[in-house]
Design a protein around this ligand. Structure first.
Ligand code: HEC
Length: 162
């Protein structure tokens, strides 16, 4: 289990390194740019930030601060707080959440979700998208196979595996 985190990090840099920026932008832009519910129509439209390594690092850091205690560092819903009796959130690796649109995660951060309170006051717009991008990366990392990694990343990853 411990080895999954460095692997995820390697994978992040690996995936991003492999894909050219245009392809990456095209993939990200496939998601319709909807205005989040509750946005006042006179508010300036903040463009969604492109996903790059900086955004992902920011997302990783914010996730560690604001989400991991409950959702777990790997997103499996088994954070420390949950192990002490707090309601367990669903795993981000569930099929339903793998299929969910980015906006589903954005909205949970902004507006809360069921028993989870909103994080809009602690995570400004850009940070919300950063966390969404990081959650998506966590989802991918869980399912990636070693042979999918670029060879130099694969060698590094293999050295870290038990
Ligand atoms: C204090 C614990 C806690 C923290 C911190 C927390 N969550 Fe949650 N989260 C939950 C719980 C519990 C649920 C399930 C709520 C329910 O179903 O009533 C949940 C639900 C969600 C869902 C909805 C999942 C679904 O079933 O569709 C998303 C998305 C989510 N959280 C993302 C995040 C993100 C991103 C962060 C960090 C910004 C975060 N959460 C921080 C406890 C937490």
């Amino acid at each position: 289990m411990r080895s999954s985190l460095p692997l995820a990090a390697l994978l992040l840099s690996g995936c991003l390194g492999e894909m050219d920026p245009q392809a990456r932008a095209a993939r990200w832009n496939q998601v319709p740019q909807t205005v989040p519910a509750g946005t006042v129509s006179t508010a300036p439209v903040v463009p969604r930030p492109p996903v790059d390594l900086n955004l992902l690092r920011r997302g990783q850091q914010r996730y560690a601060i604001y989400c991991a205690a409950c959702h777990g560092p790997l997103g499996d819903g088994r954070g420390e707080v949950v192990q002490r009796g707090f309601p367990q959130p669903p795993s981000f690796h569930e099929e339903r959440l793998r299929q969910a649109a980015d906006e589903h995660f954005y909205s949970a951060i902004r507006n809360g979700a069921g028993r989870m309170w909103p994080y809009a006051d602690r995570l400004p717009e850009r940070d919300r998208w950063a966390v969404v991008a990081y959650v998506r990366a966590l989802q991918v990392s869980r399912r990636a196979r070693l042979q999918d990694l670029p060879s130099e990343v694969r060698l590094q990853a293999q050295r870290r595996l038990p």
